[in-house]
Ligand binder design. Structure first.
Ligand SMILES: [Ca+2]
Ligand SMILES: [Ca+2]
Ligand SMILES: [Ca+2]
Ligand SMILES: [Zn+2]
Length: 355
C-alpha cells in the first residue's frame, strides 16, 4: 500500500557487447515474430515528469495529454516481451485493465498519458527494469534469485487513489485516483518492493515493525531503481533525490516540493506512532544513510543495495527493527568489511535502533 494520507492504515539480462554477440542474436526470417525475448519500443516517463523536469507546478488536469510536455517522455526499449504483441513477458504480465489492453504486432507501444495503455506500458517497463536491476546486482546468479518470476499486474482496476500488492493471488494492482498511480515509476516500484519482500520471506510484514520495514524498502527501492535507470539512460534528476513519488503526490500535497514521503526524515524510534508508512520513514532514513555511507567508502549505491536486499532473506516475517538491523549489519560485515559494517551500525543507531 502507499498510505497517501496521514492516518491511513494501511541474469539472463546481461547486455552482450562486442563482435561475439552477433552469433548469439536470434535472427529470424524478415517480419517473423520472435517467440521469446522480443524487444519492443515504448514511450515512458523518465521516472516521473516532475523529477525529470524539476517543474513542481505540473498538475494532472484530469489525465490531460497536454498537462505534461513531450520533453518529459523518453523512447525506450521494452525488453523480454514474449512476442505475442501484448504486454506480457519474462518478468511482467499486465493482465487486464480498465481500458483496452495495449496490443501491437510490431511491439511498438507509444502512447501519451491520457491513454489507458500508457499506464500499462509504464508498469511493464518499470517492473522489468526493477528485475533487471536486481539481476545486475547478482541476484539470480552469484546470489539467490529475488522474485525472479513473471509478476502479475493489474492497472487501473482499483478505483481509489492507492495501489497494493497481495500474496494470494501474487499480484500488484495500481489505482488511478488523482495522477494515475502507474504514471510514477517510484509508485510502481514501491509496490514491486512488497513483492520482493514477499518472495524473499513468505508472509513478511506480520508485525508493525516488519510492516514498517516493508513500506520503507518499497520507498527506497522506488528511488534507487529510478536513480540507477537515470544513469543508465542519461535522464536528468531535477528534484531532491530522497523525494518519493514527486508526480503522484501533486494530487494530494500542497507543499513544495511535492513528495509522498522522503527518505531523509529525522524520525527516530521515539517518534513511532503505529502507522506503518510513517514509522517506515525511520527505517528508510537508515537505508538512505547506509547508501550515502557506502558511496563515501567507494562501495557505491549498488554495493549498498546488494547488502540491504541480501540481508532481507534472513528477516523473520514478524521481525523487529533491532533484529533486522542486526541482520543487515551481519551481511555488511561479511560482504563489505568492518568499515562498512560500522557505518551500518551507526546509521541504525542514529534512528535509535540498537542491537
Ligand atoms: Ca494516465
Ligand atoms: Ca494517484
Ligand atoms: Ca523522486
Ligand atoms: Zn506500500
Amino acid at each position: 500500500m502507499l498510505g497517501k494520507r496521514s492516518g491511513l492504515r494501511a541474469g539472463g539480462i546481461a547486455v552482450l557487447a562486442g563482435t561475439l554477440t552477433l552469433a548469439l542474436l536470434p535472427f529470424g526470417p524478415a517480419g517473423s515474430a520472435v517467440a521469446a525475448g522480443s524487444t519492443g519500443t515504448a514511450s515512458v516517463f523518465k521516472v516521473n515528469p516532475v523529477q525529470s523536469s524539476g517543474n513542481e507546478n505540473l498538475v494532472d488536469d484530469n489525465d490531460s495529454a497536454t498537462a505534461v510536455p513531450a520533453s518529459e517522455y523518453a523512447t525506450v526499449q521494452l525488453r523480454n516481451l514474449d512476442g505475442s504483441g501484448y504486454l506480457t513477458g519474462k518478468w511482467v504480465n499486465v493482465q487486464s485493465a480498465t481500458g483496452t489492453p495495449a496490443y501491437s504486432p510490431t511491439n511498438t507501444f507509444v502512447y501519451d498519458r491520457s491513454a489507458d495503455q500508457f499506464e500499462q506500458v509504464m508498469a511493464y517497463f518499470w517492473i522489468n527494469q526493477a528485475q533487471e536491476y536486481l539481476q545486475s546486482l547478482g541476484f539470480g546468479s552469484t546470489l539467490p534469485p529475488v522474485n525472479e518470476q513473471q509478476q502479475q499486474v493489474k492497472v487501473d482496476q482499483y478505483g481509489g487513489d492507492n495501489s497494493y500488492q497481495t500474496d494470494k493471488p501474487f499480484r500488484i494492482r495500481y489505482g488511478k485516483g488523482g495522477v494515475d498511480d502507474a504514471e510514477d515509476a517510484e509508485v510502481i516500484v514501491h509496490e514491486y518492493g512488497h513483492a520482493v519482500h514477499a518472495a524473499q520471506v513468505p508472509g513478511f510484514g506480520s508485525s508493525e515493525q516488519a510492516g514498517s520495514i516493508g513500506e520503507a524498502f518499497g520507498d527506497y527501492l522506488g528511488v534507487t531503481v529510478g536513480l540507477d535507470a537515470d544513469q543508465q539512460y542519461g535522464w536528468p534528476v531535477r528534484t531532491d533525490l530522497p523525494c518519493v513519488a514527486d508526480w503522484d503526490s501533486v494530487s494530494y500535497t500542497s507543499t513544495v516540493p511535492h513528495c509522498l514521503r522522503r527518505l531523509d526524515s529525522n524520525l527516530t524510534v521515539a517518534d513511532v506512532n503505529g502507522e506503518v508508512h510513517h514509522d517506515g520513514m525511520i527505517w528508510s532514513r537508515a537505508l538512505w544513510d547506509i547508501r550515502n555511507g557506502y558511496i563515501s567508502l567507494g562501495l557505491g549505491s549498488r554495493g549498498a543495495d546488494t547488502t540491504i536486499i541480501d540481508a532481507q532473506f534472513s528477516f523473520a516475517p514478524d521481525t523487529s527493527f533491532s533484529a533486522a538491523a542486526q541482520a543487515t549489519y551481519n551481511t555488511a560485515l561479511a560482504r563489505d568489511g568492518s568499515k562498512a559494517a560500522k557505518l551500518v551500525r551507526a546509521a541504525f543507531a542514529a534512528r535509535g535502533i540498537t542491537f
